[in-house]
Design a protein around this ligand. Structure first.
Ligand SMILES: Cc1cc2nc3c(=O)[nH]c(=O)nc-3n(C[C@H](O)[C@H](O)[C@H](O)COP(=O)(O)O)c2cc1C
Length: 184
């Protein structure tokens, strides 16, 4: 039985939410906030869809368009953070990662699995964030060469559980995911 003092049970719960997020579009972990640091040092946060979560490989996966700001940011600084709030579990999940930007034939498998209708997320003209003369003055062709997979190696996980007494724990990759309680 796991009690409130069970660090690994808390980590298990966090990974359950992340794994569910990949499979279930109604799960809170489906749409984490993903934060990067722009070359000018300014933090940038945005919603993304969680496309992969592997506890054994300590990996999270996000799909994006290489022409977006987040890719430019990651080329300068590969560190990124994820944030998820799971209301029903009263659990905040904060994750830091180091991101590998994958393109080309390495990601054929992921591209093949994307439905035709969703491929238009990769290739917007003009490129995302460009000022346009009219609200709909853009096209969304599907451009295989603009598709990128962000392979995010998990470095740290910080969990806050709001209970009768709050609990906070941190887990680090470098410590083989041994956790430690923190003052919340
Ligand atoms: C619910 C939701 C899901 C989104 N999923 C993604 C995604 O998986 N990948 C992505 O690149 N952008 C996604 N976006 C768009 C981003 O939030 C963002 O607007 C866009 O990627 C440009 O971000 P950037 O200029 O900061 O790079 C999503 C937006 C919403 C509202």
């Amino acid at each position: 039985m796991s009690g409130p003092n069970d660090l690994q049970a808390l980590l298990d719960e966090a990974w359950r939410h992340l794994t569910r997020g990949v499979a279930d579009s109604r799960s809170p972990a489906r749409y984490p906030t993903f934060a990067t640091v722009a070359p000018d040092g300014i933090p940038e946060a945005r919603t993304v869809a969680l496309r992969g979560a592997s506890r054994s490989q300590s990996l999270l996966e996000v799909h994006t368009d290489i022409a977006t700001s987040k890719v430019n940011a990651l080329q300068h600084n590969p560190k990124a953070a994820f944030h998820v709030w799971v209301p029903r579990a009263l659990l905040q999940i904060r994750i830091t990662t180091c991101v590998d930007i994958q393109t080309g034939t390495d990601i054929d498998q992921q591209w093949d699995r994307i439905p035709e209708g969703s491929r238009v997320s990769y290739g917007t003209q003009p490129t995302p964030g460009t000022p346009i003369s009219d609200v709909y003055a853009y096209d969304k062709p599907s451009e295989r060469d603009r598709f990128a997979v962000l392979r995010c190696t998990v470095l740290t996980i910080d969990l806050v559980h709001l209970g009768e007494r709050h609990r906070r724990a941190e887990f680090r990759h470098e410590n083989e995911w041994a956790g430690t309680w923190l003052a919340p």
